[in-house]
Design a binder for this molecule. Sequence first.
Ligand SMILES: NC(=O)c1ccc[n+]([C@@H]2O[C@H](COP(=O)([O-])OP(=O)(O)OC[C@H]3O[C@@H](n4cnc5c(N)ncnc54)[C@H](O)[C@@H]3O)[C@@H](O)[C@H]2O)c1
Length: 442
Amino acid sequence: MSHSTNREPIGVIGTGYVGLVTAAGFAELGNDVWCIDIDEAKIEGLKQGRIPIWEPGLAELVERHRGRLHFSTDLADALEHARLLFVAVGTPPTYSGDADLSAVHAVVEAMPPSDRHALVMKSTVPVGTGATIKRLFDEQGKGGFRYVSCPEFLKEGSAVEDFLHPDRVVVGDDGDWAGDAVVDLYAPLDAPLVRTDIKSAEMVKLASNAFLATKISFINEIANVCEETGADVVEVAKGMGLDNRIGPKFLQAGIGFGGSCFPKDVTALKQLAGNSGYHFQLLNSVIEVNELQKRRVMAKLEKHLGSLVGKEIALLGLAFKPNTDDMREASSLVLSARLQAAGARVRAYDPVAEEEARKLIRGVDFKASALEAGEGADAIVLVTEWPEFGELDLGELAAAMRGTLVVDGRNFLDAAKVRDAGLFYEGVGRPALKDREPARTA
Ligand SMILES: NC(=O)c1ccc[n+]([C@@H]2O[C@H](COP(=O)([O-])OP(=O)(O)OC[C@H]3O[C@@H](n4cnc5c(N)ncnc54)[C@H](O)[C@@H]3O)[C@@H](O)[C@H]2O)c1
């Protein structure tokens, strides 16, 4: 899909996961894109073709459209060439749980008065942010600036694919030229469009993430009850997911969700509700269940190994999910800290996230492969379901380990094969394999 007919040039402010994918995606649709970031090293690297993040297909797309992608630290470049300025700066959580909007406000401040431009908000922001920004524009004599909310739903690990084939495009605006222009920009993708008011668009994003997080915490609680009752949550989820009112996605029990979006967006929505005088009970539980879920791994290890003092524990996978190097709020952060606090020695392997992990995790011995991490380990914990872990030579792994315990935090491995290799399998919400019928052989 490569379009080249006279498409509108756009600006993208913030070239992180969302900004760079959005820029490359619109370049693929034929748009010239001016990408602005305050991080000079990042922009310099991008000019030289270095992609700062690991995201499937992104490097190829940026390379293919080098002629259409312009990188700069100077906002004036985007203002000169583009009417629509997509904002994709970070909105991390603050200590209070509210979203930190300082980067968004820095962008708003930096805008000059204009009757020709519009801010198109891709960053995830609390409901009411658009109204506040419009008020700020008015107060600062920039009332001519238009504002559009266009929340982003891409998933790290398949972000390029998600940009090019979105489930829906949501545009919240005041019904002026800017909203029309954003709708036109997305038209080639032929995605279902929800055009609405700004506040509703802002809420669609927060509510969608909160709902998905709720689904995960729900199945994790079902898994915990399965552990008590002997049911197998994988079978349960299969049976539930075939009901098309429920659907099979986000019903994989595991050791909890992480990442740059779910934890912060769920907390931000809970906080937003609280600030508005409403106590969002359900989301409190979603967050608490998720926190406890990461820690349940400790009990599984202790059940088999007793005290963890001096035990060698190998973590397989560190990124918050496969196909990304993003470590933000990854379950591995909590787990590696808890294990060390309990006296265990932790070694770890991740196919791509080691560099990011080294910035955040202390005291862990990083290994070059899963097998190397397993050598001499008392137990292995699969934290992130990287596809390569499905190909592990389990016999070789079993021979290299000191102990036999495999805790599969994502129910990803073939339990019977693990057992056949002479290892002891513990999943999440599944009967420990020793209680089950032996696997049949052909
Ligand atoms: N990462 C995701 O999967 C995802 C998905 C949907 C929505 N979002 C939302 O999109 C937003 C961006 O997320 P991200 O993961 O891409 O963040 P990120 O941290 O990867 O990137 C943010 C970028 O903005 C730059 N920046 C900060 N202040 C700036 C300024 N004043 N001017 C120009 N550039 C500036 C930073 O240097 C950085 O490169 C967040 O609000 C996030 O919640 C993220």
